[in-house]
Design a protein. Structure first.
Length: 415
């Protein structure tokens, strides 16, 4: 049995949480492979809103095992707060002992760096994700498994501060008090120890036993550290290949790949966004789509669907199909636009260049529609909405297999 994979195709915030939740009832295990608590998945079930940041989206399926893989940078404080939402997680949630810790000082460094950059700031969430990954790559980070020995970990962190004192002085971050740090780490151990294990072996056993496994990442393809709009990206591999390193599986273990896209585009933070709408339509997209960050509450930048970037991302991830989210948000517009090509240096191009700073969108315009909200069959959609979906398929060269028409779990069209 191979593991199926959910991957964001845009700049994140595509609605992956709903799709993973919707599909989780069909799987025995749901695994998170990268990112940290900067990511947020919002899931609505029977009118109740759940905000997830580190816990995999399969947690709302009482039968599913949920795995936080080694590719995640884990804030103990954040995941403990998140776990309070749910009962009886022991035996249903496991955290890799090889995942790296995102501790309080990582967030302080993150925020200080952004402040010093001024107008050149990336626009991070300030949650410490970049500094935590930087420590991992610098081989100076600490793993989740080290929480099981708080005394030793306390000594290691204090030594780390001593070795990097000049850097911490620049950011005005004092050395932690030993007794306070030890107490904090001991509290983390008390709450998290039952969940910490070798998740690589766990996933391998599940594959060997033909368990049904669903893999989910965080953020989206265009925020990938290698393939995104660098330097305005996150610090991990958000593409499908990142699931392999983030969980300890090989490419042959991957089965179906589903790419998640919104029926329009949004972006949080700075960086190029070719199809961004700066007028009333962009504002309306944000209002109707409730486009505010799950983690930060920041308003998202909004614009029209970019089929060129979608084709690029679908090829990069090996998508078998797309899940088109929030189609209902487009209800009521007089016109709906779709970016079908770019203009670069006065020439029309049909591919996504490495640098998006100077490209301009070329649009195809559709007549607006109403009454797509709550539709559960493709034929129930207005004809103009159907044409919009078919054009996305044509230009992206990828089948649309799922369409979401409201935040509710059941308002989903399966094609």
């Amino acid at each position: 049995m191979k593991a199926d994979l959910i991957v964001g195709i845009q700049w994140g915030d595509e609605g992956k949480g709903k799709i993973v939740d919707r599909l989780a009832c069909e799987y025995d295990m749901v695994c998170r492979s990268q990112g940290g608590h900067n990511a947020g998945h919002t899931i609505w079930v029977d009118g109740v809103k759940y905000a997830l940041h580190l816990v995999p989206s399969g947690v709302l399926n009482p039968e599913a095992i949920n795995v936080v893989g080694n590719g995640v940078v884990l804030s103990p404080e954040s995941i403990i707060k998140e776990m309070v939402q749910f009962e009886n997680l022991e035996g249903r949630l496991y955290i890799s002992d090889k995942a790296h810790l995102n501790l309080y000082y990582h967030a302080l460094v993150d925020q200080a760096k952004e402040k010093l950059k001024g107008d050149k700031a990336i626009g991070t969430t300030g949650k410490g994700i970049g500094p935590a990954y930087a420590d991992k790559i610098n081989r100076t980070g600490f793993r989740v498994g080290e929480l099981l020995n708080p005394v030793k970990l306390t000594a290691s962190i204090l030594e780390y501060f001593e070795q990097n004192r000049q850097v911490f002085d620049i950011y005005e971050i004092p050395t932690p008090i030993e007794s306070e740090l030890l107490g904090e780490l001991e509290s983390y151990k008390a709450k998290l120890a039952p969940f910490i294990t070798d998740t690589t072996q766990m996933v391998w056993r599940a594959l060997d036993e033909n368990k049904r496994i669903l893999l989910e990442g965080a953020q989206g393809t265009l925020l990938d550290i290698d393939h995104g709009t660098y330097p305005y990206v996150t610090s991990s591999a958000t593409v499908s290949a990142g699931a392999c390193t983030g969980l300890g599986i090989n490419p042959k273990d991957i089965g179906k790949v589903i790419g998640i896209v919104k029926a329009y585009c949004t972006r949080v933070g700075n960086g190029p966004f070719p199809s961004e709408d700066f007028g009333e339509d962009g504002k309306r997209l944000g209002e109707q789509g409730h486009e505010f960050g799950t983690t930060t509450g920041r308003a998202r930048r909004c614009g029209w669907f970019d089929a060129v970037a979608t084709r690029h991302a679908a090829r990069l991830n090996g998508c078998d199909e797309l899940a088109l989210m929030k189609l209902d948000v487009l209800d009521g517009f007089n016109e709906v636009k779709l970016c079908v090509a770019y203009e670069l240096d006065g020439k029309e191009i049909d591919y996504m260049p490495s640098n998006l700073e100077d490209v301009k969108p070329i649009y195809k315009t559709f007549k607006g529609w109403n009454n797509s909200v709550g539709a559960r069959t493709f034929d129930a959609l207005p004809q103009d909405a159907q044409d919009f979906v078919k054009t996305i398929e044509e230009i992206s060269k990828t089948k649309v297999g799922i369409i979401s028409t409201s935040p509710e779990r059941d308002d989903t069209i399966i094609l």
